[in-house]
Design a protein around this ligand. Sequence first.
Ligand SMILES: [Zn+2]
Length: 354
Amino acid sequence: MTQAGSEKKRLLQRLEEGPVLCAEGYLFELERRGYLQAGAFVPEAVLDHPEVVSQLHREFLRAGSDVVEAFTYYGHREKLRLIGKEDKLEPLQKNALALARAAADEFPDAAPLVAGNICNTNIYDPADSATANQVRAMFDEQVAWAAEAGVDFIIAETIEFAAEAEIALQAIRATGLPAVVTLAVHKPGVLRDEVAPEEACRRLEHAGAAVVGLNCARGPATMLGMLTDIRKAVSCPVAALPVPYRTSPETPTFQSLEDPCCAQLPPEGPFPTALDPFICNRYEMAAFAREAFDAGVRYLGVCCGGAPHHVRAMAEALGRRPPASRYSPDISKHYALGDDSSLKRVNLDYADEL
Ligand SMILES: [Zn+2]
């Protein structure tokens, strides 16, 4: 059996045994923490502040993620060209992969899977066939570094065109590693090349994807229905990694959210830097994990906006007790809201005034 063959068993075997949880959302979280610039959204922190990336990997693993995804999202050639740092492409990619591996090694008992990552290139244009080759070249160089780093599988994510997803899948398949391919579906409810999500997933399964599904763009409320359609259309494991924002039928994506109550909004609106009032709480994400699991989804996670408390709540909703569960809430000890016998009546009686 080849190296790739034995690796493949790891992801698929885990999916046969139960759900796999994958924390994402590095870009937004590091932007909030002050280590990454909104706009270009290039993960320079991988080179400039590697300890911060390692810490976030650690936090997601403590919260129950089964996967450490190398933080190469938007660290591709096109993005680095945009900020005039194309020379940093290879060190950024390799460092991100090394950081992911090192984080996984900190958790020998859980033995998390390490995933490489490729994503929307932003150069694909269905009207310009030359871009397909450029996209393939970008994917090829990235998957080669991921394979060289010994990842367990490779994620192609946030892809908005069915055809670009197929190119990504071909590039991953050429390494022999399993491919998890997840699509981002915007307001129209179909991919940008007008393919329905379930049809795109069906094609990807036929082309050899190990796992297919959706990530980013949509929150739990506007992703769930699509997952049901995808589940019916394919026989392979289905993935769901929504953004933890309160999207609705009127505003189905986090890019489309509006905030008429806020007088200080930047001109572009709440997305991407003023989404705070829309964030789902941990209980909503736990409910999503249960509902998606009941709908047959087995590869679950969270995308942009996700934080460790979401991941822990999802892990617990799936019956897990990850290391961070040691600190899961116990309100019985709260000075005014609790019911511990040692708490003072003077504070308990004041609870309604808080
Ligand atoms: Zn996202």
